[in-house]
Design a protein around this ligand. Structure first.
Ligand code: PLP
Length: 371
């Protein structure tokens, strides 16, 4: 079956008890035992397992083509569960351009407990190979990356990781499985902030890991989730499952709107660079065209007039709300450096845009007025 069909039906079998066509929402924290203390219906306690979460896990695993998925309270909880299951002495390589939380987790938190890390330009296979020579347990990819929309070649990174006995994990938040399926390209684990496109309406926090194999790694991370407790709440799982149904349809419009916005902005003299993988001028365009079905709804722009020009432009927009996050129906614009804490790494002249589902002519009018 095609992805659009899977998105509508995966994890969506009618409720066995009532025949309800849409999934029931189970809030129970505890489930009855049998006379010998055994589980009678497969569940025991919500932190360890919940039927609504299981439906979402099935849907996300199906869409990513994985063997199994785990869901978490947030994207960062998902990432932490995987990376914190590494033993002291292991080494993680993470992208030089990536989500701030990833950089802080890998660059600061993991070393505090003896897991080493280094930032690498994942678009440069030679640089990745050289970094692997000092040892690697997990190669962490994020493509397209946040906020500069850098691309890396997932299949090439998988080969490098596997040649060094390492895992390739890929943050697929920006692309979603609609546009890119890292497991089919050789990745071992896919991570999502389901807060973004999966939820799709800026009203539910969540995260997921999808595993190529239901193996010892899966068991280790599932056990960690059970014990440390960053479980996705049932209502969040239910909302996110509902988001799955329209994910392909929404992604199609996010992509077509973003392409038009990128084309418009690329023609403006005030802007030094538009980072959008769909533009032929983008350094990762060829890789994107090969490994993605379309180029996504995210872009960033760098202003010739520096920080002031960027902030002025963001302040003049009406339809694009100045707010963090991405992947909702509404268009957002954000000055990344302002939200990156005490030591920002994003260029001061950069704005990131999450292009929403408004009519494209209204979005272009808003941009035009703001110049
Ligand atoms: N990965 C990417 C690419 C993100 O953009 C974000 C959040 O913005 C995260 C991970 C973290 O996800 P969450 O905010 O759901 O913890």
């Amino acid at each position: 079956m095609r992805l659009e069909t899977l998105a509508v039906h995966a994890g969506g079998a009618p409720d066995a008890a009532t025949g309800a066509v849409t999934p029931p929402l189970h809030f129970a924290t505890t489930f009855r035992h049998g006379p010998a203390g055994e589980r009678v219906d497969g569940y025991e306690y919500q932190r360890e397992g919940n039927p609504t979460n299981d439906r979402l896990r099935e849907a996300i695993a199906t869409l990513e083509g994985g063997a199994a998925a785990l869901t978490f309270a947030s994207g960062m909880a998902a990432m932490s569960a995987l990376l914190e299951s590494l033993p002291a002495g292991a080494r993680v390589l993470f992208p030089d351009d990536c989500y701030t939380g990833t950089r802080v987790l890998c660059g600061e938190f993991l070393p505090q407990r003896g897991v080493m890390s280094a930032a690498v330009d994942m678009a440069d296979a030679d640089a990745v190979r050289a970094a692997c020579a000092d040892g690697v347990a997990v190669l962490w990819a994020e493509t397209p990356s946040n906020p500069r929309l850098k691309l890396c070649d997932i299949a090439a990174l998988a080969d490098i990781a596997h040649a060094h006995g390492a895992l390739l994990a890929c943050d697929n938040t920006f692309a979603t499985p609609v546009l890119q399926r890292p497991l089919a390209l050789g990745a071992d684990v896919v991570m999502h902030s389901t807060t973004k496109y999966f939820g799709g309406h800026s009203d539910v926090l969540g995260g997921a890991l999808v595993f190529a194999r239901e193996d010892a790694l899966f068991e280790r991370v599932a056990h960690r989730l059970h014990v440390t407790g960053a479980t996705m709440a049932p209502f969040s799982a239910w909302l996110t499952l509902r988001g799955c149904r329209s994910l392909p349809a929404r992604m199609a419009m996010h992509c077509s709107n973003a392409r038009r916005v990128a084309d418009f902005l690329a023609g403006r003299g005030e802007i030094e660079r538009v980072n959008y993988p769909g533009l032929a001028s983008h350094p990762g365009h060829a890789i994107a065209a090969r490994q993605m079905r379309d180029f996504g709804g995210m872009l960033s722009l760098e202003f010739r007039g520096g920080r002031e020009a960027a902030l002025r432009f963001a302040g003049r927009l009406n339809l694009f709300t100045n707010a963090t996050s991405l992947g909702g129906c509404e268009s957002l614009v954000e000055h990344r450096a302002s939200v990156e804490g005490a030591a920002p790494v994003s260029p001061q002249n950069l704005l990131r845009m999450s292009v929403g589902l408004e009519h494209i002519d209204d979005l272009i009018d808003d941009l035009q007025r703001a110049f």
